[in-house]
Every structure is written in C-alpha cells, then in structure tokens.
Design a protein around this ligand. Structure first.
Ligand SMILES: NC(=O)c1ccc[n+]([C@@H]2O[C@H](COP(=O)([O-])OP(=O)(O)OC[C@H]3O[C@@H](n4cnc5c(N)ncnc54)[C@H](O)[C@@H]3O)[C@@H](O)[C@H]2O)c1
Length: 355
C-alpha cells in the first residue's frame, strides 16, 4: 500500500488538527515539520517523534524531494509562498483558510495547482459538519426552493485572539478574514457554491482588542499572543451585503469586539419553500399539511471538531482519485474576492462589482 509522505508547514495551534487527521489515515505517514519558530518546531518534533525538522520550507523541499503532501498551517501571509513552493516541488497541497492575503495571490496559487495537475484543497472545515452536509442535501432536494436571502453572524463580544491575528501584515485583516470567512463559505456551500457578483461592506475599529477588560476567554487567545506590546491594526467589526449570481443576498456580521449581549454564531437561510437555522443545531422551517412546522433532528448536527479529521481524510481521498474535492482552490479564490471587495467597499464607501 502506498503511504503518502506528509510535511506540515507551520506547526502551531491548528496543525494539531491536521496532524490528528493524517495520523488516523493509514495511507499517510507524518514525515517532516517546518516552522520559523525553532522552539515550536522542536517541541512539535519531540511530541510526534519527527526528526526531519526545518525552519525554511525551500530547504525542506530541496532536501526531501520524496514529500507527497503538504499541509500549510502558517500565518496567512505565508500561505501562498509555501503553497507555490510545494506545488513547484511536485506536492499536493492542503491550505488552511483564508487561502491568501488577497484574491490576486489566491489566483496565483490556484492557477499554479491547476497547471501542475496537483490537488489543492482548502481548509473550509465547516463544509464537513453534519449541519452543512444535511443543509446542502436539503437544498439539493428542493426543500428550500429558491434561496434568496441568508444571514450569517459570527460575533465575539471581547474575543480578539491577539498575536499575529491582529497584525494586518501577517493576517491580512481582522474578524472578517478570520471568522467571517467560515460562515460566508458555509452559506455559499449550502447554496450550491454560487459566485459573488457585488458587495457593499463596512468595517470599524472603534473598540480595538479591549485588552484592558478582564473578561477575555482564554479559549480565544492565540498561543502566541503577547498581550502587552502586540499590534492591533485590523478592523474589530465588519458587516457586508453580498450578492451572488443565483440571486441570493447574504448579510454577514462578524466581530472581535462589539458591545453585543453575548457571543453569537448563527446562520439563517431563507428559500421560497423552506428555511434553515443553524444555532448551533440545524432546524428546518417549512410547512406540513398547511401548517407552519419547525423540524429538528434526533442526532446532534452542531460543529463538534470532528470536521477537522473529516476534511483531511476527504482531501487524501481526493489525492487518491477516490473522491471529488469538497473545498477547492476556486472556492478559496471566490472567498478572497468577497473579502477584498468588503475591505474596498468599506474604504471607498460604495458598492463594489466583482469581476
Ligand atoms: N480552520 C480553522 O478552524 C482554523 C482555526 C485556527 C486557525 N486556522 C488557520 O490556520 C493558520 C494558522 O493558525 P494558528 O492558530 O495555528 O496560528 P499559530 O500562530 O498557532 O501557528 C502558526 C505557525 O506558523 C509558523 N509560521 C509562520 N510563518 C511561517 C513560515 N513562513 N514558514 C514556516 N512556519 C511559519 C509560526 O511560527 C507558528 O508556529 C491560519 O491561517 C489560521 O487562519 C484555521
């Protein structure tokens, strides 16, 4: 049996989820780690018994031409450089969200993968949730009818992760590029992957990271958050109306800091036959025998973390040619076009047409 040699670039927080996925896949062998932070790199090498350790991915690809698959789990600003290096080295690539710092960069990576014939998967983990799978099946079976409006809220009252997340040079933006990307992609997936056509967006930086407040949840803080001198030059709240080519309009709101009652994560999708709420489990709103009905499911449908393993297994299956890729480079590019347009719209105070 062929065992794919796996390299992970960026071995911080989310790499644990990727590593767990590969370790539980009999077709994969953890082979090499790369991180610019030597302490993090050594600790991760010790934890998993990996001795092929590199601080520069170009050196790693030169030394180890036998690598088959690369997971990219770096800060956002290194996704495309690492992805291009991996494609040039003949590897299949699984890249964390967001795909890039902007759409132009994302297109570069997507085009390179397409030309090379290598598989490029995106870490849109919400596509692997029981809620997403069920909702998409409902939409495909006509239970929603024509979907014309959707709402996505991903709001934190006091939840900036700090560290690189709030440093625009490394992140590309704040809650929109970090959190908004998940819920925009989830709605797009349920609606059958429509293409964005225009965006009106606003961003604010009124509250910053509120590091003076004592109520910060430990869970939200990045491992690398310095909390004292760290940079916060991203938006703390973003909102947008996104129009798609299937006629659907999505209203999205996302924040690190907001004077809201509590943190919220909710999706609502409205069609002319039925609707869906995900908060956190999925409820279908429709009609039964001329009466309004709300249908819940006996088995839980909410996000539970198993999505991370599922996305890795599905990606490896796509590499083997056994499965169609569920989150592609093109999906990553579509998302980056939306994010670029929100930031541009906020800056120019007008609607942006996406080409
Ligand atoms: N899908 C999800 O639910 C999810 C959750 C968290 C993070 N993420 C994404 O994963 C990525 C990493 O986030 P994280 O929370 O693990 O951050 P992290 O800071 O914990 O880890 C990132 C690691 O990348 C390393 N790194 C940075 N630039 C590098 C480079 N050029 N070469 C090699 N290593 C480099 C850093 O030293 C760090 O150890 C981000 O893109 C983030 O958006 C996704």
């Amino acid at each position: 049996m062929k065992r794919y040699k796996i390299a992970i670039i960026g071995v911080g927080g989310i790499s644990e989820a990727h590593i767990g996925g590969y370790l539980s896949d009999e077709h994969c062998e953890l082979y090499a780690f790369c991180d610019i932070n030597e302490k993090t790199l050594k600790a991760k090498g010790d934890k998993y018994g990996i001795t092929r350790l590199y601080t520069d991915f170009n050196v790693m690809f030169k030394d180890l031409p036998e690598i088959d698959i690369v997971s990219i789990c770096t800060w956002n600003n290194a996704h495309v450089a690492a992805g291009l290096a991996a494609i040039n080295a003949g590897c299949h690539v699984f890249c964390e969200k967001p795909m890039a710092m902007n759409a132009a960069e994302a297109e570069q990576l997507s085009d390179a993968a397409e030309k090379s014939g290598k598989i490029l998967g995106l870490g849109f983990c919400r596509r692997f949730g029981k809620d997403a799978i069920l909702a998409r099946e409902m939409a495909e079976n006509g239970m929603l009818g024509n979907v014309y409006y959707a709402k996505a809220l991903y709001l934190r009252r006091n939840g900036s992760p700090g560290g690189w997340f709030s440093d625009r040079k490394r992140s590309g933006g704040g809650p929109l590029i970090d959190l908004g990307v998940h819920v925009i992609d989830l709605v797009r997936y349920i609606a059958g992957d429509p293409q964005p056509v225009s965006v009106y967006g606003v961003t604010f930086d009124k509250l910053g990271d509120r590091r003076n407040l004592m109520d910060k949840k430990k869970f939200y803080l990045s491992e690398n958050s310095e909390r004292v001198d760290e940079i916060f030059d991203v938006e703390d709240f973003a909102s947008a109306m996104i129009r798609f080519d299937n006629g659907m309009v999505l209203s999205v709101e996302t924040s690190y800091s907001l004077n809201c009652g509590d943190d919220v994560g909710r999706i609502e999708i409205f069609g002319d036959k039925g609707g869906i709420t995900i908060d956190p489990d999925l409820v279908y709103h429709g009609e039964v025998l001329n009466r309004l009905a709300d249908i819940t499911f006996s088995a839980p449908t909410h996000f539970d973390g198993s999505e991370y393993g599922a996305e890795i297994h599905s990606f490896v299956s796509a590499v083997e040619g056994k499965e169609k890729l569920r989150a592609t480079g093109k999906d990553g590019v579509a998302l980056m076009k939306i994010l670029d347009a929100v930031y541009r719209s906020a800056c120019e105070k007008r609607e942006i047409i996406i080409k």
